[in-house]
Design a protein around this ligand. Structure first.
Ligand SMILES: NC(=O)c1ccc[n+]([C@@H]2O[C@H](COP(=O)([O-])OP(=O)(O)OC[C@H]3O[C@@H](n4cnc5c(N)ncnc54)[C@H](O)[C@@H]3O)[C@@H](O)[C@H]2O)c1
Length: 282
C-alpha cells in the first residue's frame, strides 16, 4: 500500500482491529483499492442470495443460522500439516484459530447477503483437543442492527465435514438456504410453502449475479470460479482507475472495510469469551 499498489489480501485481514484499521486508513488516504478474498461471496448463487434479499423477497430479516464445520484438526498432530501448525500457533495466528479462520467467513457471508451489520455478540470459544492453545470449536449468538438475531457455529473438530459453510436466512416473508459445498443452487421457501430450487445458469438468477457465470448449467462452477469472480471485479476496478472511469459503485468484491468488520467480530467474540461469555458490542 505504501508503494502505491492496489492490494488483494486473504482473510482474516489482520490479527487485531488496530492493525486492520491501519490498513484501511492507508488504503483510504492513498486512494487504493483493497480486495479481501472472502471467496465464497464470489459464487453466483451467493450473489443471487444478496439480490433477492435486497429486492425484499424474504421480507424483513428475522433470524439467521449459519455454520462452518470442518474436521481436519480433530486430533492434534495427525492431520494439520503445515496449514494446521501455524493456525494453532498463537505466535503466528494471533489470539484465535477457528473463529478467525472460519468464523470470519460466516460473519462475511451473513452480513454480505443480508446487508445487515452485527451489533453485538455472545461467544463460547472452546479448545476441544487436549493441548491446543487456541480455539477449535466456537458458538456465537449475534444481534444485528434492526433487531435480527443470529446463531453461528464453526468447528475444526467436526469429523465428517470439510468446508461445510451453510447459511439459512429467515425473513417474515420466506427463507433461503445456501450451502458452499453445493453452490450451483439456492433454495428459496416462501411463506405460502412454495419451495423453489434455483440453479445457476438459468433465467431465474438475478442479472447482477448471473453475469458472473462462465459455464453452461450442468458444468459445475465452484471455488476457483468464485475466487476468480472476486478478482474479475477487482481488476475491472483497477483498469477503470487507470482509465479515469472508476466509481465506487463498481466495487463488487469484499473490501478492506469488510476485512475490518471481520476482525471487529473476532475481537468482540474474544472479549465475550474472556469476560465469561457475556454480550459484547462490536
Ligand atoms: N479465501 C479462502 O477461501 C481461503 C482458503 C484457505 C486459506 N485462506 C487464507 O489464506 C491464507 C494462507 O492459508 P493457507 O492455508 O494457504 O496456508 P499455507 O500454510 O498453505 O500457506 C501460507 C504460505 O505463506 C508463507 N509464509 C508464511 N509467512 C510468510 C512471510 N512472513 N512472508 C512470506 N511468506 C510467508 C508460507 O511459507 C506458506 O507458503 C490464510 O490467511 C488463510 O486464512 C483463505
Amino acid at each position: 500500500l505504501e508503494a502505491g499498489i492496489h492490494v488483494a489480501c486473504d482473510k482474516p485481514l489482520a490479527v487485531s482491529v488496530a492493525e486492520a484499521e491501519e490498513l484501511e486508513k492507508i488504503a483510504r488516504e492513498k486512494g487504493l483499492l483493497f480486495l479481501v478474498t472472502y471467496t465464497y461471496m464470489g459464487h453466483v448463487t451467493a450473489k443471487h442470495a444478496k439480490e433477492i434479499i435486497k429486492a425484499g423477497e424474504l421480507g424483513k430479516i428475522r433470524t439467521i443460522a449459519a455454520e462452518y464445520p470442518q474436521g481436519w484438526l480433530a486430533y492434534e498432530g495427525e492431520w494439520g500439516g503445515k496449514q494446521g501448525e501455524w493456525r494453532c500457533d498463537p505466535s503466528q495466528s494471533g489470539n484465535t484459530n477457528c473463529l478467525g479462520d472460519l468464523g470470519t467467513h460466516i460473519e462475511n457471508a451473513v452480513t454480505t447477503m443480508t446487508g445487515l451489520k452485527i451489533k453485538r455478540v455472545l461467544a463460547k470459544m472452546d479448545k476441544v483437543v487436549p493441548g491446543r492453545k487456541l480455539d477449535d470449536n466456537d458458538f456465537v449468538m449475534a444481534e444485528f442492527e434492526g433487531g435480527a438475531t443470529g446463531l453461528f457455529w464453526c468447528s475444526q473438530v467436526a469429523i465428517g465435514h470439510d468446508n461445510s459453510l451453510r447459511v439459512r436466512i429467515y425473513g417474515d416473508g420466506g427463507s433461503i438456504q445456501w450451502f458452499q459445498e453445493d453452490p450451483e443452487k439456492i433454495t428459496v421457501i416462501k411463506k405460502d410453502g412454495t419451495l423453489t430450487e434455483l440453479h445457476r445458469g438459468y433465467g431465474s438468477i438475478a442479472p447482477d449475479a448471473a453475469k458472473y457465470g462462465r459455464l453452461p448449467s450442468g458444468h459445475p462452477e465452484g471455488w476457483f470460479e468464485a475466487m476468480g469472480n472476486l478478482y474479475k471485479s477487482f481488476i475491472d476496478c483497477i483498469e477503470a482507475k487507470r482509465d479515469g472511469t472508476f466509481t465506487p459503485e463498481m466495487i463488487d468484491y469484499p473490501t478492506v472495510s469488510d476485512g475490518v468488520d471481520g476482525i471487529r467480530f473476532v475481537e468482540a467474540c474474544l472479549k465475550s469469551q474472556e469476560l465469561g461469555n457475556v454480550w459484547v458490542d462490536l
